[in-house]
Ligand binder design. Structure first.
Ligand SMILES: [Fe+2]
Length: 301
């Protein structure tokens, strides 16, 4: 049994008003009201909830919601997590209503990110329509987007997401550094989206557990319009426009008000499990993506 898609993120932020401007006016999500859990809820498609913003000091992604097909699948994943030594707990009715799903279980992943596995996501009453990203976002069965974990132990992270949540390997990027060290990034999919999750280790304790989250637009021009909006407001980019050879994404990275980066991309390759063969790439980008800001801050910064 496996999760079907990445359903939502919960992000704890010190400045929710800045995030409203960032998500709605700059990226093009729409407001979905106030959640019963205190969240400012944002939508990127027909789902009632895709991004949940909570006020707090973490300035990090603190919750990830993964969708399964129904009650039987939820039970099977709960059993697999328990057998794997993870303490998966029923979320209960009040939390399910608050998160706008039928039912969910809750478990901490190996890095302490709260993982909520759910089924029965509420649909919004009104269709999705973005004033600034008119083409909308690639979501649906592909889920909300992807995110990158700065793992403490990549073997444990791989075991959790591959063997217990059922994600599959997409590919690796192995980067050599001038000092002779190397970084190893693992990309995993839950559906046709090339990756819903990527992770790698850094050789120091990072300030945040999540390096970036990503939204994918349906139209290439919506990436360009967003780039112009960020430029007009002098919002700092973390990486300039560029192209990833593994997933085929044309994207740029902007620094969010919380220091987490947000990748806005287009044109990602889709995965067909019947024919997919994982590869190892030796570069993050084949053009562009010039680094403008330190991509990972140490914990004591
Ligand atoms: Fe990304």
């Amino acid at each position: 049994m496996a999760v079907r898609s990445l359903g939502y993120w919960g992000i704890e932020v010190s400045d929710p008003a800045a995030w409203r401007h960032f998500l709605v006016d700059q990226i093009g999500l729409i407001e979905g009201g106030k959640g019963a859990d205190g969240a400012d809820v944002y939508r990127s498609d027909a789902y009632a909830s895709r991004v949940r913003i909570y006020q707090g000091p973490a300035d990090d992604v603190t919750v990830t919601g993964w969708e399964v097909a129904g009650a039987d699948a939820l039970r099977e994943i709960a059993d697999a997590l328990s057998a794997g030594g993870y303490d998966a707990q029923p979320g209960g009715e009040a939390l399910a209503r608050a998160r706008q799903v039928e039912d969910l279980i809750v478990v901490d992943d190996p890095d302490g990110i709260r993982v909520e596995i759910f089924w029965g996501a509420e649909r919004a009453r009104r269709p999705f329509a973005s004033a600034v990203t008119p083409g909308g976002f690639v979501t649906g069965e592909d889920g909300v987007g992807h995110f990158v974990i700065l793992a403490r132990n990549q073997a444990r992270t791989l075991h959790f997401y591959q063997d217990l949540l059922g994600l599959k390997l997409s590919d690796y990027i192995r980067l050599g550094h001038p000092d002779g060290s190397s970084s190893h990034l693992t990309f995993m999919h839950a559906n046709a989206r090339h990756h819903s999750l990527a992770f790698g280790e850094v050789p120091f304790a990072p300030k945040r557990k999540v390096q970036h989250i990503s939204f994918q637009t349906e139209e290439m021009s919506d990436v360009g319009f967003a780039l112009d909006r960020f430029g007009a407001e002098q919002t700092p980019l973390a990486m300039t426009i560029g192209h990833h050879p593994n997933c085929g994404t044309f994207s740029f990275y902007v620094r969010s008000p919380s220091g987490i980066d947000v990748e806005l991309g287009w044109g990602s390759r889709e995965v067909d499990d019947a024919t997919w063969v994982p590869k190892t790439y030796s570069q993050l980008s084949d053009w562009g993506h010039q680094v403008q800001l330190p991509l990972v801050e140490p914990a004591d910064a």
